[in-house]
Design a protein around this ligand. Structure first.
Ligand SMILES: [Zn+2]
Length: 559
């Protein structure tokens, strides 16, 4: 008898005292897609502090409503797990906001009108810089020139970078400051475009040639760098991103992010990488990762490697020559002997590696290098057994290499908007046969991997609705797709949703913490004006973010 009493007392001690069930916020009347296979749809979500405490029906949510609970009537809005941009350059997005943002210039006239408006607000002699223009939709689709810019900016130096960062147009004042005239030779790795008749520079500077002018621009101040991050975060939150995975940079970013979190100036989650091989990567390997700092908002555990260039400028490393320029097959931008010791060290120390690889040669190269490192460091000698290394872009992959991602446990991190922008020139660059294996989302998913979906902003616009549309439509924003563009590689809506929620969480070792709407997970929600799982694809582009929730806090509410 006494034993029974003791046992009963012990058992009672193990049962937690029932807590008050009232939640901080109850969202009701939502059209909820949970990305939880056990219960895919719901109407209501209750949140206490940073966690989801209930997912289910409006009626059952009622018991979480107490006197202090904020009840948010969503009036049928669509609720998704908080969206993640698995590949973005956060400061670059902010600087695009601070300088002249030309991403929506629809024609040369429109572009020049935007430049003129900015010049009119700028003191004579002061620099005007900007980024984001893409001429491929202009009529005709040709680069702007120095004389175009001179007509609206006679007294200010102006340099405006194309969206992909691989070219800029400068006016005469900027070219003069850069010391560029008809006699200036091309620098290594770059080109000063010149008029065929006069031999004078026409204003376009490609790759490293941009540096001749850029180094004359006064350097960024710490205040400007801080403002860029704050503005980038603001834009991301308003678009519905709850985490960005910042693809590269240095310890300067790490220190700045820590400062801004400490001061309460940013609330977006950031999953950070720094470039390597080099001093930042070495420091990360020595000092170790930062995981889940600032209430799970900040994690820093990744080295970003760049293994080739871009397809637009024919810098992507291909296995064979470019179809529209037979004398080149692009180039690798990292040496195996520099990479190998770092990969082995990273594996031992539990540091993730993500590598930019666009061309099929770069993709094969990095899969080979990853495979060699995995063989060199057996699981027992690794700090993290399943290292979840990633390939950023994985754009042109030889079909033979597609199954290797799953076999090696390597995650492709891909940006659907690249495919719908590149479809205007990629068929010329690589030829129709090589398009099999290019932007091959469905083939990769079928092979057994998850794809971490991202935008690569500011290379692309960085809008979740453009990325989601691109993934499911695989057509440009006007509905066009060309010959050989493999429509069967367009993903299902269910998979597209995972590409921006659960799968990038997995690619960040956070699938138990976030990425779906489940009890116990962090309360990150992206709430939209329309049901992107049901509406016709073109309407996805008109869909707006109406509310963003990060860590249980409503950080953005649209009008
Ligand atoms: Zn990038």
């Amino acid at each position: 008898m006494r034993l029974i009493l003791v046992v009963t007392a012990l058992l009672l001690a193990l049962i937690p005292i029932p807590q008050s069930t009232s939640a901080d916020i109850v969202f009701k009347n939502g059209n909820v897609y949970t990305v939880d296979s056990k219960a895919e749809r719901a109407q209501a979500i209750a949140v206490t502090k940073d966690r989801i405490v209930f997912v289910g029906s409006n009626a059952d949510a009622q018991k979480f409503v107490g006197s202090k609970t904020r009840v948010v009537d969503l009036k049928g809005a669509t609720v998704l797990p908080g969206f993640t941009d698995a590949h973005q350059h956060l400061s670059g997005v902010g600087f695009r906001e601070m300088t002249l943002n030309l991403e929506d210039a629809t024609s040369l006239q429109d572009f020049l009108a935007k430049v003129k408006a900015r010049v009119d607000q700028t003191k004579p002699g002061a620099w005007v810089t900007g980024r984001g223009w893409i001429e491929t939709h202009w009529k005709p689709p040709v680069f702007p020139t120095r004389s175009d810019l001179d007509s609206v900016a006679p007294n200010n130096p102006v340099i405006l970078t194309r969206a992909d960062g691989h070219g800029s147009v400068a006016n005469s004042a900027a070219l003069n400051l850069g010391g560029i005239d008809k006699n200036t030779p091309n620098p290594f790795g770059g080109e000063i475009s010149k008029d065929k008749q006069s031999g004078e520079p026409n204003g376009m500077l490609l790759d490293t040639a941009q540096g001749l002018v850029r180094r004359r621009i006064p350097p960024t101040s710490p205040e400007e760098a801080e403002r860029a991050v704050v503005l980038g975060v603001k834009r991301n939150i308003e678009l519905g991103w709850t985490q960005v995975q910042d693809a590269g940079g240095s310890y300067n970013d790490v220190e700045l992010f820590k400062k801004l979190y400490t001061e309460g100036k940013i609330k977006l989650r950031i999953y950070k990488a720094v470039h390597g091989p080099g001093p930042s990567a070495t420091r990360l390997l020595n000092e170790g990762a930062i995981i889940g700092a600032f209430d799970n908002r900040f994690t820093f555990r990744t080295i970003k490697v760049v293994s080739d260039g871009a397809l637009g400028s024919r810098g992507a490393a291909l296995l064979g020559p470019y179809s529209d320029k037979e004398d080149t097959s692009g180039f690798l931008t990292v040496k195996a002997e520099d990479l190998r010791p770092m990969l082995v060290d990273a594996l031992r120390k539990g540091i993730q590696v993500e590598t930019h690889a666009i061309g099929d040669r770069a993709n094969r190269f990095i899969l080979d290098e990853y495979e060699a490192a995995f063989k060199a460091v057996p699981t027992a000698e690794r700090k993290v057994a399943d290292p979840r290394w990633r390939v950023e872009h994985a754009q042109i992959v030889n079909p033979e290499d597609i199954p290797r991602f799953a076999k090696l446990g390597v995650i492709p991190s891909m940006q659907p908007s690249h495919a719908i922008g590149d479809l205007h020139f990629a068929p010329r660059r690589v030829g129709i046969p090589r398009l099999k294996g290019s932007y091959a989302w469905v083939s990769l998913i079928k092979s057994g991997v998850v794809i971490a979906g991202g935008s690569d902003a500011p290379v692309e616009r960085g809008e979740p609705m453009i990325e989601f549309y691109a993934a499911v439509a695989r057509k440009d924003q006007k509905g066009f797709s060309g010959e050989g563009w493999h429509p069967e590689e367009a993903v299902s809506r269910a998979d597209a949703l995972k590409m921006f929620t659960l799968w990038p969480a997995y690619a960040a070792f956070e699938e138990k913490l976030r990425g779906s709407i489940e009890v116990g997970k962090l309360a990150d929600l992206t709430i939209l004006s329309a049901d992107i799982m049901m509406i016709p694809a073109p309407e996805i582009l008109k869909t707006r973010c109406v509310m963003t929730v990060i860590n249980g806090e409503i950080v953005y509410e649209g009008s």
